[in-house]
Ligand binder design. Structure first.
Ligand code: 13P
Length: 348
């Protein structure tokens, strides 16, 4: 009988030993997640790369995460992803040529606008940010990085997630009148730079197709049914949803929040379903974890245990994630600025 994907992965890990590191994002399904040497949110996963000595890193997540790992990897290290088609709809909302055209437009009058991209973006977009003195942020460090970017120049272009941008501005006290969601169509030609003079944060109009589906009404209905229950959401949710929740933060923040919730309490979680289901199972009988919506990320779900097993069956013949040097160097600069700013702020 053929060995199961589980057994093939266990055997490959034993054979490769320290030459292999498997990283997984919290949104991975349990059958993949259980094989991870390290699981984390986007910031934890990117911060982890520098300390890895394995010659092969297999990244169970979506392509922008694997690309980020490839940009940060040391010479001689290869990064693989079990399905390179595991994209991110949000990251596709800001293609690099359009980002470059918009930043040029915003800077046309000599204003030193600093681009700050959410990590959910293509490596080419991170490269554009690196070239223009900008950086990257994740849901875990967005406040630190928006404050950093505001201190670098004369306004910030935040992309591509408008909800994360608005939630972060709310948290930092950037008034609504000093931010503007941009019209980025027609390659930014319709952007009136004179009208943006008083705007500190200029916001790309993208959003996550999963988190943006969560509505404040779902929280109101949940609270009516479960008086005294708690609600925690991801900052890719709208500001209205964040305002209706008790807490908001990265996937690791959400995990910590559920862990800290007192026994016997009910916690509603507004994020991707795989992670919520795992938390519900973990705390069954102690506290009740329920999803605010039932949607999974179809791209994260493209990484299956069978695809991971197939990749590990013969890793030498697999094609690593490739990021050319013209993109890699400026993208690395943007990411290094983020990791340094986080270290300086005492965050990981
Ligand atoms: P975290 O950085 O919170 O893990 O989020 C990543 C993500 O893509 C959320 O949709």
């Amino acid at each position: 009988m053929d060995a199961s994907p589980y057994d093939r992965i266990v055997a490959a890990k034993a054979a490769l030993g320290g030459d292999l590191a498997i990283l997984a994002h919290h949104y991975q399904g349990d059958d993949v997640y259980r094989h991870a040497d390290f699981a984390g949110d986007s910031l934890e996963l990117s911060s982890r790369i520098e300390g890895l000595d394995a010659s092969s890193i297999v990244f169970c997540g979506v392509t922008f995460m694997a690309e980020t790992a490839a940009v940060l990897a040391k010479p001689g290290q290869n990064v693989f992803i079990p399905d390179p088609k595991a994209g991110c709809v949000l990251s596709d909302m800001a293609p690099a040529p359009l980002v470059a055209a918009v930043i040029k437009r915003l800077r046309a009058g000599g204003r030193r606008v600093i681009p700050l991209t959410y990590v959910n973006s293509q490596a080419e977009v991170k490269a554009v940010c690196g070239r223009y003195g900008g950086s990257v942020c994740t849901s875990a460090n967005a406040r630190i990085m928006v404050a950093w970017a505001l201190a670098q120049g004369e306004g910030v272009l935040f992309l591509p997630d408008q909800n994360l941008a608005r939630n972060t501005c709310d948290a930092l006290g950037v008034p609504a009148g000093r931010r503007q969601v941009l019209d980025v169509f027609s390659r930014g030609r319709t952007i009136d730079t004179a009208r943006l003079a008083g705007k500190d944060v200029m916001i790309w109009p993208g959003q996550c197709v999963i988190h943006s589906r969560i509505k404040p009404a779902a929280i109101a209905a949940f609270r009516a049914e479960h008086p005294g229950a708690l609600v925690v959401v991801h900052p890719e949710c709208s500001p209205e949803v964040v305002a209706a929740a008790d807490s908001c933060g990265s996937t690791s923040h959400i995990i910590g929040y559920c862990e800290a919730a007192p026994a016997g309490r009910t916690v509603a979680v507004g994020t991707e379903i795989n992670m919520v289901a795992r938390l519900a199972k973990k705390y069954a009988g102690v506290k009740t974890i329920v999803p605010l919506m039932g949607r999974g990320c179809s791209n994260m779900a493209k990484i299956t245990e069978e695809k991971l097993a197939r990749q590990l069956d013969d890793l030498d013949r697999e094609t690593p994630v490739a990021v050319g040097p013209d993109v890699r160097e400026p993208a690395r600069l943007a990411l290094t600025r983020m990791l340094n700013a986080c270290r300086a702020a005492g965050l990981r």
